[in-house]
Design a binder for this molecule. Structure first.
Ligand code: UD1
Length: 338
């Protein structure tokens, strides 16, 4: 029996592949390397086993996907593969809808054809849009704003319908803000071009690739005026996927269930900068700039339901997230290109 990890060479996929291997599973990766690197697969192998299988394919290529299910005894799937840049999704929505929804449909259809029951889907707190109450519980209203967010929201709906019709058991994991890296420094986040997200940007300033961070607004209704998010260590997040697969045989059996993966702790942009400075041991150059359209002042998870149904809670704090992210970035200033 093996677990298939789609988008297995990506940031969260690679960390999850390692955690799944450590749980004793045989792991098969599939990735089209659209926004990831074959070097990530080599790094995963160095942390797991040299013969870990990775198939290079687009999920929408049914022939290849089918062949993977046939060649390996797949009995669980963790589906990450997707485009994920909010701004880009506004510029090229059809590419996002086509790729992200097409991939989800192909995965679900192939699972049904092969009688595979257990699926963990990579969703996002972006499905809560502008939440009206924090901490956010899974019962909060959903409705995403960007085309990217819509693809996560719609994929959740598609999987809910398929679960009902075809008896799939599904965990929809809604991530808050994943940061950090594996403590070995062998794998980590390697964004294409200039990072959109805060922590990769801060770390590229620290390593000298970028000059200065722009802090998007300091006039929000928060204690220091900068936005508050729930940053979660990517290894905690990865372990949450292992717990979710196990819960599909226990508390989550027979249903399609949304679960937040967050810490429940909010940190402001300036708190993240200070934690990064402590990890790096040097000041990070920044200036306050205009607000970024679409940003919410404050969002963090209520992690209670994850603990109840998955028996999982995050273990690593902001200092550890920054230490491990810096370890990865300082050892690999140019990511997997190094
Ligand atoms: C963003 C996406 C979200 C996606 C998530 C993935 C938007 C509106 N949302 O969330 O859909 O799931 O990334 O991790 O893009 N910040 C700066 N300067 C920067 C970059 C960010 O001040 O150069 C601030 C932002 O204003 C925000 C915080 O840092 O308050 C975190 O930003 P980011 O890492 O982009 O994550 P989100 O916006 O929370």
């Amino acid at each position: 029996m093996a677990v298939l990890v789609t988008g297995g060479a990506g940031y969260i996929g690679s960390h999850t592949a390692v955690a799944l291997h450590e749980s004793g599973r045989e792991v098969v990766l599939i990735d089209n390397f659209n926004n990831s690197s074959p070097a990530a697969v080599e790094a995963i192998r160095s942390l797991t086993t040299p013969d870990l299988v990775c198939v290079e394919a687009d999920l929408r290529d049914r022939g290849q996907l089918n062949a993977v299910f046939e060649a390996h005894d797949i009995d669980e799937v963790v589906h990450f593969a997707a485009h994920k840049a909010v701004g880009e999704s506004i510029a090229i929505p059809l590419e996002y809808y086509g790729n992200n929804l097409g991939s989800t449909i192909a995965v679900a259809e192939t699972m049904v054809e092969h009688g595979v029951r257990k699926l963990v889907f990579s969703s996002s707190c972006t499905v809560y849009g502008q939440p009206d109450a924090i901490p956010v519980t899974e019962r909060a209203p959903t409705g995403a704003e960007s085309p990217y967010g819509q693809t996560k929201h719609m994929s959740e709906q598609i999987l809910r319908d398929v679960a009902e019709a075809a008896d799939l058991d599904v965990a929809l994991l809604r991530y808050f803000n994943p940061v950090g890296a594996h403590e070995s420094g062998a794998i980590g986040e390697d964004p294409n071009g200039i990072p959109d997200n805060l922590v990769p940007f801060v770390m590229q300033v620290a390593v000298g690739r970028l000059k200065k961070l722009g802090v998007f607004g300091d006039d929000y209704d928060t204690p220091d005026g900068t936005c508050i998010r729930d940053y979660i260590h990517v290894v905690d997040l990865a372990e949450g996927h292992v717990s979710a697969l196990e819960a599909l045989d226990a508390k989550l059996r027979g249903a399609c269930t949304a679960v937040n993966l967050g810490t429940g702790v909010g940190s402001s942009v300036l708190e993240v900068v200070a934690a990064a400075e402590a990890a790096v041991g040097e000041p990070i150059a920044y200036e306050i700039v205009d607000r970024r359209p679409g940003d919410v002042a404050q969002i963090y998870a209520d992690p209670a339901y994850a603990e109840e149904v998955l028996g999982w809670r995050s273990q690593r704090n902001l200092a550890e997230m920054m230490r491990d992210h810096w370890n990865w970035q300082s050892n690999n200033p140019n990511g997997f290109a190094d």
